[in-house]
Design a protein around this ligand. Sequence first.
Ligand SMILES: NC(=O)c1ccc[n+]([C@@H]2O[C@H](COP(=O)([O-])OP(=O)(O)OC[C@H]3O[C@@H](n4cnc5c(N)ncnc54)[C@H](OP(=O)(O)O)[C@@H]3O)[C@@H](O)[C@H]2O)c1
Length: 347
Amino acid sequence: MTYTVAVSGASGYAGGEILRLLASHPDIEIRTVTAHSNAGQPLIEHQPHLRSLAHLTLQDTTPEILAGHDVVFLALPHGQSGQYTDALGDVPLVVDAGADHRLTSQESWDAVYGGHFHEPWAYGVPELIVDGAKQRENLRTAKRIAAPGCNASTVSLSLVPGVAAGVIDASDIVSVLAVGPSGAGKSLKPHLLGSELLGTANPYAVGGTHRHIPEIQQALRGAGAADPRISFTPVLVPMARGILATSTAPIADGATDEQIRAAWQDAYGDETFVQLLPKGHFPRTADVLGANTALMGLAIDRVANRVTIVTAVDNLVKGTAGAAIQSMNLALGLPEGRALTVNGVAP
Ligand SMILES: NC(=O)c1ccc[n+]([C@@H]2O[C@H](COP(=O)([O-])OP(=O)(O)OC[C@H]3O[C@@H](n4cnc5c(N)ncnc54)[C@H](OP(=O)(O)O)[C@@H]3O)[C@@H](O)[C@H]2O)c1
């Protein structure tokens, strides 16, 4: 069977990456692409790398145009998806790359996003441990999927095994991330101009203000943390895409080195797209560019009495579009890794 697909936000970064990956999916026909200010223009003018989709024209994003497909992807600025999701009741599968359906707590939503609160959907990170099982089991029956925030899923995947196994203390987590500016989208913003970014590293949302913090706390609670607390500091660095997240947390009383490493090994040893590197090895963002892979290195620091986890992802693949398509594959009953690769583009 071939599934027909509409992708909204198709002129943007997340929508473009969803299209790039779907273009090589053998079970998918990309029928419709939509945008907002650029509606009416050829897709190829905004996504010149998507040569196989040169025949498509960006249409307006309306419920009528999105309806009638087997799968709809929404890749819109946060706060914009809800108006469409309410009107897409007849679409069998909707995957939202925005934040609108990620948070289960209205209080958290009000604190960091504001505006109308929409119902939470199945969270699109199959490898996360939630209530003692992998999230992929929930995705197999999902009709509505909330793809993750890129920073949030990177940090959550880094820490959840240690929380679930009880070998780290989730009340004192510190995460510092080097992030590429594509994570902020394609719309023009002065602080994202090349002249502001090249040759410099810029911290932002410092001091507990980043919107992804509640999403991470939600994942950590799902793994069993009663009151997770995280100091979270992203730093923009001059690479178009990629996240390198360094997270540390205190070692739980009595946890041995073997138990700590086993927590991550047991969680990810059978996974294709989340891989723990051998002891002493740490990832680079260059190793995961274009790949649906989260690569992780782990160190046990007995001087500071903390575990350090360094994780690299491509924010546009494992952080967004790859997670969305992996989740779609599960929901459609297709092989989970179809159209996704573990191999990065290097150098
Ligand atoms: N970038 C990432 O790494 C990343 C990672 C995880 C999640 N996400 C999420 O994915 C979503 C899209 O992000 P992005 O980075 O792709 O942003 P982007 O590059 O700025 O693209 C935004 C897209 O949404 C369209 N759009 C803007 N306002 C709209 C409206 N009112 N109605 C319909 N369409 C509208 C734009 O169309 P026009 O160009 O025609 O105006 C464009 O196609 C966001 O919610 C973001 O949080 C992004």
